[in-house]
Design a protein. Structure first.
Length: 174
């Protein structure tokens, strides 16, 4: 039996959500991707912790005018990846707005979420310090912070593995 999990990838436009997702799904870095309209859905099946897993990966558009659709996309999500660009401080400014879609009436997050800093291959242009990002993740109740590069592939598999393990634990599968 396959255990299915809906995973939402979200954050501001241009932070690299689509290239990150495609790198994970295909192993290929696509430099010139088109802007996501609404959301893209992909599914990947694999084995983890001795269990059959199916991830429904929802890559949500980061433009402001699509946020009205976001509540319906996050419904029934079992986890999330909040992404920002380490070379653009502004890409972190709306974190509370994004996370509000995952909060219950007590302002606690109802789904486990990891924060991911993208584009670490552009380290010479870094604007967000890793320690500062980790503090922001902790102060917002997120389960961790990991940096990655979709271009080099660094930590891409590890991020999906980590969030899948967290979702499996929450579901009582491991």
């Amino acid at each position: 039996m396959t255990n299915k999990f809906k995973l939402c990838i979200f954050g501001d436009s241009g932070v690299g959500k689509t290239t990150f997702t495609r790198k994970y799904l295909t192993g290929v870095f696509e430099e010139n991707t088109k802007t996501t309209i609404g959301a893209d859905l992909a599914v990947k099946y694999f084995e983890q912790e001795g269990k059959s897993v199916g991830l429904q990966i929802w890559d949500f558009a980061g433009e402001e005018h699509y946020k009205v659709l976001f509540p319906s996309f996050v419904q029934d999500a079992k986890g999330g990846i909040y992404m920002f660009d380490i070379t653009d401080t502004n890409s972190l400014k709306k974190i509370k707005d994004w996370l509000s879609f995952f909060q219950n009436k007590d302002h606690d997050l109802w789904a486990p979420i990891l924060m991911v800093g993208t584009k670490i291959d552009l380290y010479e242009n870094r604007e967000v310090d890793a320690e500062d990002a980790l503090d922001i993740a902790r102060s917002n109740g997120l389960l961790g912070y990991i940096e990655c590069s979709s271009k080099t592939g660094e930590n891409v598999e590890e991020i999906f593995s980590a969030i899948t393990k967290i979702m499996m634990q929450k579901a009582g599968l491991i």
